[in-house]
Design a protein around this ligand. Structure first.
Ligand code: ARG
Length: 565
């Protein structure tokens, strides 16, 4: 249920009755409990247009507010703020509605759109490293979120599977893979070995160069080798996706090479659009007031990263018919996306009504604030990092004797992977992010463990109660009321997070929700002796809805819950 628009509707109605033609500004959440639940701050802006003082306008509006449904009380404060209190009966009925609905009474979009989310995009010639982690996690969350809200989401994994380095790599694969056992388990090492061979042997270097040309001209032997290389390398990425509980499959892969046949058309179509210029032998697009152009085709005929992205943009807008195309890529590529978006629009590859966005994120840093590296300065492999997370998570499990070894491993996976993902998602994505095991594996603070623990705690209440729940939600004390109101905010939070592509709005909300629940539970015992049946039932229902909301929120983040922790 969209809480804010429900309140806005009451205001709209009051505006009409008060003879005010303007649309009311949206209400905002009250900043302090004494200001009610929501605030309307629009009277000041109306003062000029209506030629009245804001307090008078606020009084007019207040006089026409309907207090028979959503609202129970309103007060004017300061120069003309209207503080609004929600009606506990109405809040309770909306919580009931959420509880009896599979999707917590959250609407699916009236006008769903097709959205392409471009994320992960590892390079097949290199090991998938921590830099790909953020793209994969944030992108997957965005895709899950938009899917949940009802958009038609097309996940696109734009893997780097083309370029001159593959000549060398497949020549080396051919040399080393006589018995078909090369696993590429350590792609970084394989690349280094191939490069060493390239530098040491003239014959090998010649072969590598010959193979570059041969893959490009479609030579069957070389293409088979190349395909084999990509399959093995992609297989390793898929192990990571699996561990990460990320929804990317082979069907979502639309690699750089997919666009090869269209690159010559991109060049000629940009030329036809009259925006292509020759500079130092290369074909370029220049921008007003900027010195550095985008190079579309090099002097030797080679194409670039940008050329492929232009082909991909056109494909996404015209063939896939996406209306929103979101690129979840490192902030350092901001310049690239700014340029290709502009070229794609100027050339008419992408219609004006299509929203193009670069969902940028910052760099992952170590505790000392330096870019994340292994002790000897190498890139940290993602798979190693995730395995370490699971090992460390084991240490956090209490009462190990209650579980089998297998159960402990499963639990550790859920806790460890959840911690890595949540820590990443819970910060403002554009900031650089400091990776800190102790912080992310803590039961305290804004962590996945805190959320998983909150969920498990509620499940333990239900294990103890273990009987049917009947009766109504009754909101009597302040904490009950605040918890219930918080529960109703969920849909607004999801919608806002979807617009801003900001997973941390969801984590912030979940943290506030879990914190209010913990306080509510401390002050309002549920199963204790002396709690009357009606109150007990009402509180059980609130606990149930809290658990379901946490679970749904974590589910969108791709994090699992457990019944016992
Ligand atoms: N392969 C690129 C990299 O690792 C990311 C691809 C992002 N997607 C895109 N359409 N350019 O930097």
């Amino acid at each position: 249920m969209k809480l804010k628009s429900q309140i806005n509707d009451v205001l709209k109605d009051a505006f009409k009755k008060a003879g005010i033609e303007q649309e009311p500004l949206s209400v905002t959440e009250a900043t302090k409990a004494e200001f009610g639940d929501y605030q309307f701050n629009g009277a000041m802006a109306l003062a000029k247009a209506l030629g009245k003082n804001p307090r008078q306008i606020a009084t007019d509006i207040l006089g026409h507010l309907d207090f028979s449904g959503v609202l129970t009380k309103a007060e004017i404060a300061g120069p003309g703020f209207i503080n609004l209190w929600l009606n506990p009966l109405w809040v309770a009925s909306q919580c009931e509605a959420a509880l009896s609905s599979e999707r917590l009474n959250i609407a699916t979009r009236e006008n769903p759109i097709k959205v392409v989310v471009d994320y992960s995009g590892p390079n097949m010639a290199k090991q998938m490293h921590v830099g790909h982690l953020r793209s994969t996690i944030i992108g997957d969350t965005l895709a899950n979120l938009l899917t949940f809200l009802g958009d038609d989401v097309i996940r696109q994994n734009h893997i780097g599977d083309w370029g001159t380095q593959f000549g060398m790599l497949i020549a080396y694969l051919e040399m080393k893979d006589e018995d078909g056992s090369v696993s590429l388990k350590d792609l970084e090492q394989f690349y280094k070995d191939a490069k060493a061979e390239f530098d040491a042997s003239e014959t090998f270097a010649d072969k590598a160069r010959e193979y570059v040309v041969k893959i490009q001209s479609g030579d069957a032997h070389c293409l088979t080798l190349w395909q084999k290389f990509i399959d093995i390398s992609l297989g390793h990425c898929e192990e990571v996706y699996e561990k990460l509980n990320v929804n990317l499959t082979r069907d979502d892969v639309r690699s750089e090479s997919f666009y090869n046949d269209d690159l010559a058309n991109v060049v000629s179509d940009l030329d036809k659009a009259g925006i292509l210029e020759e500079s130092k032998g290369a074909k370029c697009v220049f921008f007003e007031g900027e010195e550095i152009p985008v190079i579309i085709q090099k002097g030797d005929g080679g194409y670039l990263y940008a050329t492929t992205d232009l082909a991909a943009l056109r494909y996404r807008a015209q063939t896939l018919e996406a209306k929103r195309i979101s690129y979840v890529v490192d902030a350092r590529q901001a310049g690239h996306f700014k340029q290709v978006f502009k070229v794609a629009k100027d050339a008419g590859f992408v219609p004006d009504d299509v929203k193009l966005e670069h969902i940028a994120f910052g760099t992952m840093m170590d505790k000392g604030g330096k870019p994340f590296k292994t002790r000897d300065g190498g890139t940290v492999k993602l798979i190693d990092l995730l395995d370490e997370a699971v090992i460390k998570a084991k240490e956090t499990i209490n009462n190990k004797e209650e579980y089998t070894d297998e159960q402990i491993t499963d639990l550790a996976k859920i806790i460890g992977i959840g911690a890595v993902k949540y820590a990443d998602l819970s910060i403002n994505r554009e900031s650089n992010y400091i990776f800190n095991w102790d912080k992310m594996l803590s039961f305290e603070g804004n962590t996945s463990l805190y959320m998983q623990y909150g969920y498990a705690r509620i499940q333990s209440i239900f294990r103890k109660h273990n009987a049917e729940i009947s009766g109504d939600i009754i909101l009597e004390d302040d904490l009950e009321r605040r918890l219930a109101t918080m529960l109703l905010r969920f849909e607004d939070v999801l919608n806002r997070a979807a617009i801003d592509a900001s997973p941390n709005q969801i984590t912030t909300y979940l943290y506030e929700l879990a914190s209010i629940f913990m306080r509510f539970y401390e002050h309002n015992p549920i199963l204790k002796e002396g709690v009357d049946e009606k109150t007990k039932m009402s509180r059980l229902k609130l606990a149930d809805l809290t658990a379901k909301t946490i679970k749904q929120g974590l589910d969108i983040l791709g994090i699992q819950v457990v019944d016992k922790l």
